[in-house]
Design a protein around this ligand. Sequence first.
Ligand code: NAP
Length: 285
Amino acid sequence: MSAHVMDGTAVAAQLVEQVTVGTTEFARAHGRTPCLATVLVGDDPASHTYVRMKRNRTAMVGMESRYVELAASTTTGELVAEITTLSDDPGVDGILLQHPVPDHVDERAAFEAIAPIKDVDGVTMHSFAAMAFNEPGFHSCTPGGILRLLDAYDVALSGKHAVVIGRSPILGKPVGMLLLARDATVTYCHSRTLDLADHIRRADIVVAAVGRPELIRGEWIKPGAVVVDAGYNPGNVGDVEYEAAAERASLITPVLGGVGPMTIAVLLEQTLTAAYELTHRVRRT
Ligand code: NAP
């Protein structure tokens, strides 16, 4: 078998197009442009690249992009104060704090300073709990993007065995919960999992969210399985041994143009949603 490639670039482009149209309609109806504030702390080159990409995309859909760049020496208190100011600013609809922050900063405290209604990156405990209870709220963008991609390729989830490798709060854990909410049977694997290969061999759907180059061997993939590789490692290498896995899978994401574009598309879509929700809230008060 040779897998069909899931084209995240194409699926994301459709979503971005819808957001562009929606942004124009919002501006016409409300006389202002949705605004995404992006906060970056420190000098990590990869983080600078990710933030630049997100800001460019924000501008491309016609949204305002507010940028707050803070020194690596910024304290938790200073960062919380900056984010609280953005949370209170009626001109800001969505807030994204680029992860990771420097080691001395309490990242959880900084995330929790984001007002839930502006948590378009889905990083607060409020958003996580809403997702876990299947209540309306913002999803963590990469997990949300993965589900959108699976839906775009009509991947049946109900009753399927999904194996998620990785359990981080922004990726592995929420993607497993979203799959569970869609009636998949979910197994989480992590760094202490014994017999990783055995779990993966039984998976109808594999979601790799680790950050270890080619940790998941192609020979472990059950013939016909769907493989989503969210991992990114230097040299454009994923967490899955791509060529060998593609020989066995029915559907697979490429390392570039797979999950990555979906993440930004969901971020923009959620920013537009936040702009509408904030507008309705102001009208009600
Ligand atoms: P993370 O916070 O470092 O979490 C990595 C997870 O992998 C942890 O749960 C860890 O287990 C698990 N793990 C580590 N070694 C393992 C092993 N040998 N076997 C099984 N599990 C193992 O990383 P993250 O933020 O979730 O990101 C994961 C990957 O996704 C990275 O490559 C990142 O670049 C990529 N990513 C991509 C996007 C995108 O938009 N495409 C967005 C976010 C992240 P423990 O919990 O036991 O430590």
